[in-house]
Design a binder for this molecule. Structure first.
Ligand code: SF4
Length: 409
């Protein structure tokens, strides 16, 4: 059964009709009983300017004001919402392939509210196996970057912050011009997601800093040349990445978070990786230990690692961070480890509630429910961090089960 068949089946079981409309930055599906004009419920998600799906957008459900649900309709709406979720997920995957060099704007729920992100290039000097970005090998065209900047500027809150990502944005000679174009639209704070290989270029860091790029999310997944080559699918770039990180750590006034995607090939070396970073200079980066996401679990399941195998090394790595005075980033969404994986979960849980609409509570990961979305254990409902945790990708649970999760695990 295709995802669309699932939606059709959920509708026909109850005799419902579904209508779709896009506008005002939203994609809305209204449900009504056959023969009735009045809506019963609406499911909505943030839409792209073209009326398509925004990557990272979530489906929200709202029963229409004054609607009286008949027996069984509440369960029917839950079933329909699951079916729509499956359908949207498959459409999102299709839409996430940028056509004709278009930039890709994303919104994510972060610690400080809605994070705006723009992918300005789909070219990268590396090929990390678990990367979820659809690479075309090209930079987005400037016209589409400007269009998406306009759209993101309309969504921007008072923080006026934009994350620039790719591909590898620092490899793009247009990067300073892109930041200037964002400044012209009111953005003042920038986060650059980078593997850092190009940051040692003379003058680049200073130029970016002068434009307000003061925060870096630096991908660094191994502290040995051989391990780095393996994880990044590249050759010989390790010394340049280390030089880039060293420069960042030595520059005044910059915030640096080192992002380590924990996987089957690097989890045992996490404590040593932290010590290696400490040896690069006096800078004090934050460390973000992230988990392979849903796409990564689908693409390269052999790179995934059971939580119970990774946990001892993660905990030792966190202890090394503490010894070096490095903050450890809290869980912040779908690329984060659940807090219960760590010692002292209170220090790792998200400080604020996270959207739960893609989370299922189940121990059954067979069938389609084990292919998309997020899962937690039924016992997670009793966890004090439940509302601040989005569990793990369903595909992870399908591979390894959920025995690595749970208060006190
Ligand atoms: S026990 Fe469940 S809700 Fe609590 S942190 Fe772990 S996965 Fe999240």
């Amino acid at each position: 059964m295709t995802p669309a068949d699932g939606v059709r089946a959920a509708l026909s079981r109850r005799g419902w009709v579904l209508r779709r409309r896009a506008g005002g930055g939203e994609l809305v599906f209204t449900v009504s009983r056959a023969g009735e004009a009045r809506a019963l419920c609406a499911f909505s998600a943030a839409a792209s300017p073209a009326g398509g799906l925004t990557p990272g957008a979530r489906l929200r459900a709202a029963v229409a004001a004054g609607a009286r649900l008949r027996a069984g309709e509440k369960e029917g709406l839950a079933e329909l919402r699951d079916a729509l979720d499956l359908l949207l997920e498959s459409l999102r995957r299709r839409e996430a392939r940028p056509a004709g060099g278009a930039a890709l704007a994303e919104t994510h729920e972060g610690h400080e509210g809605r994070d705006l992100l723009l992918r300005t290039t789909f070219a990268c000097n590396q090929r990390c196996a678990f990367c979820f970005v659809p690479m075309t090998g090209k930079g987005a065209d400037l016209a589409s970057i400007e269009r998406e900047l306009d759209a993101q500027a309309r969504r921007a809150g008072p923080r006026g912050e934009l994350t620039i990502s790719g591909g590898e944005p620092a490899a793009d000679p247009r990067l300073p011009a892109i930041v200037e174009a964002a400044r012209a639209r009111g953005f003042r704070r920038f986060v650059l997601q980078t593997n850092g290989v190009y940051l040692a270029r003379p003058g680049l860091l200073e130029t970016l800093s002068g434009l307000g790029v003061k925060t870096y999310l630096f991908s660094f997944h191994s502290h040995t040349a051989a391990g780095y080559d393996r994880v990044t699918g590249s050759r010989g770039q390790f010394p340049r990445a280390v030089a880039g990180l060293k420069r960042l750590l030595g520059a005044p006034g910059l915030g640096v978070t080192v992002n380590v995607v924990v996987n089957a090939h690097n989890h045992r070396e996490l404590p040593e990786l932290v010590d290696f970073i400490a040896g690069l200079g006096r800078g004090r980066p934050a460390l973000y230990f992230s988990m392979i996401n849903e796409v990564g679990h689908q693409k390269v399941p052999s790179w995934a690692v059971p939580l119970e195998d990774a946990a001892p090394f993660l905990r030792r790595a966190v202890a090394r961070c503490r010894a070096h005075g490095f903050p450890v980033s809290r869980s912040g969404g779908e690329s984060s480890f659940p807090a219960c994986v760590f010692d002292a979960p209170a220090r790792h849980a998200s400080p604020r509630p996270l959207p739960q609409d893609r989370v299922r509570f189940t121990e059954d990961h067979s069938g389609e429910a084990g292919l998309i979305g997020r899962v937690k254990r039924p016992s997670c409902r009793a966890c004090r961090y439940d509302a601040r945790c989005v569990g793990v990708p369903a595909r992870y649970a399908r591979l390894f089960g959920l025995k690595g999760l749970g208060p006190g695990s």
